[in-house]
Design a protein around this ligand. Structure first.
Ligand code: ZN
Length: 313
């Protein structure tokens, strides 16, 4: 029997490792732990993979990680959501050396798109645009089953496209970015600006959504403003990429009200007839888009490496 493949989702706070036997829908092993900020990062990660695989060799491994990163070279660049110990790490080569198996590294949003295309709400569509709204706003595009990475594999940073000239300043340095208007922190900040008085410790966008769903007018206004901006952005993206489906992921989109307001906003935009009717749906399994994409990439990496040359994607 073929050896299993390993899928890894490294997030700002948590890291998920899963191991899949060929053809199995459910993982044979799974482990979630806090993302370390220092130490022997590569060696410890490889050790965790071996443990989750129950001591078996793995056929291939694929890792999703916050960008920016270089998927072609398998190098993490300088993602603001990971500690500096990770910056510049040649993760793909390091894991391949430790595990004796080919390894691939990819931007987590791109893997989100791949995971939704292969295992989630994008299944059956040729082209899937995945947009995640949480602490930041990210996106990935799969077309014809392949990730669209641009020239260096850095695409798509749709969260940093500008919607509102003179809008709030974004972490990237521009003002009025989609991320600065629709992310969780942006929603919480706007609610406070509008005079929302949260309970102590309940100052995040989840609390705003919760209050909005219970009819709190200020919280509702903040959530609706963000959803309206997202709706405008989604129409921009539909014009840019002509996807078969738009899949929404990320913590903010767990709010039914937010998603319904964003869909209303898409519906309110005047859209050229040829572009009407692109479905906007939620991710198949919340929080699992990236790990599913990592699994698909690991399986592809394993197949590619059985040819005489080349690893990775
Ligand atoms: Zn920005």
């Amino acid at each position: 029997m073929a050896s299993p493949v390993a899928a890894i989702d490294i997030g700002g706070t948590k890291t998920l490792i899963e191991v899949y036997e060929s053809g199995q829908r459910e993982p044979a092993g799974s482990e979630e732990s806090p993302t370390p900020g220092s130490g022997e990062l590569v060696r410890d990660l490889a050790e965790s993979v071996r443990r989750v695989a129950g001591g078996q060799d793995v056929e291939a491994v694929a890792v999703g990680c916050p960008g920016p990163l270089d998927p072609l070279g398998g190098v993490i660049l300088n993602p603001p959501n990971l500690s500096r110990e990770w910056w510049g790490l040649r993760l793909a080569d390091g894991l391949a050396g430790e595990l004796g198996a080919p390894a691939a590294l990819e931007n987590d949003c791109n893997l989100g798109a791949l995971g939704e295309w292969d295992h989630g709400s994008g299944k059956g569509y040729d082209s899937v645009l995945y947009v995640t709204v949480s602490t930041g706003v990210g996106a990935g595009l799969v077309s014809g089953g392949e990730i669209f990475g641009g020239n260096r594999g850095f695409a798509l940073e749709l969260g940093h496209t500008v919607l509102e000239t003179g809008g709030p300043v974004c972490g990237c340095g521009r003002a009025g970015c989609v991320e600065a208007l629709t992310s969780g922190p942006a929603i919480a900040r706007r609610a406070l600006e509008l005079g929302w008085t949260p309970d102590p410790g309940e100052t995040d966008s989840r609390a705003v959504a919760y209050a909005a769903e219970r009819g709190h007018p200020v919280a509702h206004r903040a959530l609706e403003e963000a959803a309206s901006y997202l709706g405008k952005a989604l129409v921009n993206f539909i014009y840019s990429f002509d996807p078969g489906v738009v899949v929404l992921g990320g913590g903010v989109t767990r709010s039914d009200l937010f998603v319904s307001l964003a869909r209303d906003a898409v519906g309110r935009e005047p859209v050229m007839e040829a572009f009407l009717g692109v479905p906007v749906v939620r991710a198949g399994q919340p929080g699992r888009s990236v790990i599913h994409g990592a699994r698909t990439l690991a399986e592809r990496t394993s197949r590619n490496s059985s040819r005489p040359t080349g690893t990775g994607r």
